[in-house]
Write a protein that binds this ligand. Sequence first.
Ligand code: BTN
Length: 266
Amino acid sequence: MSNYQANEKINLQLIQNSLSTRYIGQTIYYREQLESTNTFAKQEANNLTDGCVVLCDIQSAGHGRMNRYWYSAPYKNINMSVIIKPNIQPQLAPRFTILSAVSLCEMLKDLGFDAQIKWPNDIIVNKRKVAGILLDCTIEGNIVKYVVAGIGINVNTAIFEGELSSKATSLYIECGVEHSREQLIAAILNTLERNIGSVYSSAGYESLMQRYKDMSYVLGKTVTVLGISSQTEGEVIGFDEMGQIIIITKLGNIVTFNSGEISIKY
Ligand code: BTN
């Protein structure tokens, strides 16, 4: 993946050359600049087909979980949203969080990175965040009408300033080599399609969940979970089938969280 030319627009033909999917990524909407690929995908979801991908090179108002700003240097990284129209019941929607995190982590491990998942779906390399996932679900009646899986990967960013310098990393920082974003995009889409069947069967999902646990950065560690209005310290003892984190506190109470931010104590 060397010989990469920085500051060039994403080349859709190069993605197609490495894509082996049947439907995920067969249609790609590329815009040089968008506020946010997730916002665009949600606005256009009714016009977009199952498996469509939205990509941009400059994301001016990218956002992450808990409404936080997502910084991405123009032309350097991957800003991508995948639209899935799964036709499943809302209680199964969290499975897409697990699917996205496992697929992204497996793709990076295949490339030789020592990647792990920090609950719920941050991807960590060398103790720093290299990628984040933002899942937006739209439910109509008793059916998930569509899932927008927003994936941001720090690929060729050479340096992070200020607060981010101790928290964020990129593939370039980790290995000193620039990567082809097109090949990475194709690799993620190939991995997503390879894994997506697991969401629809109990046995498949059990295996996906097991891989999620095996790649966890937080399982067995003592953490603080920052919720919207609470702060809980304890050891991470597992994740349930909804992808919720299970903690045991010093007092022996077992507490489950479906959202929040983790900070690791030891
Ligand atoms: C997080 O770490 O909280 C999630 C970050 C998700 C960022 C991606 S970049 C592509 C897509 N568009 C957005 O505005 N956000 C996601």
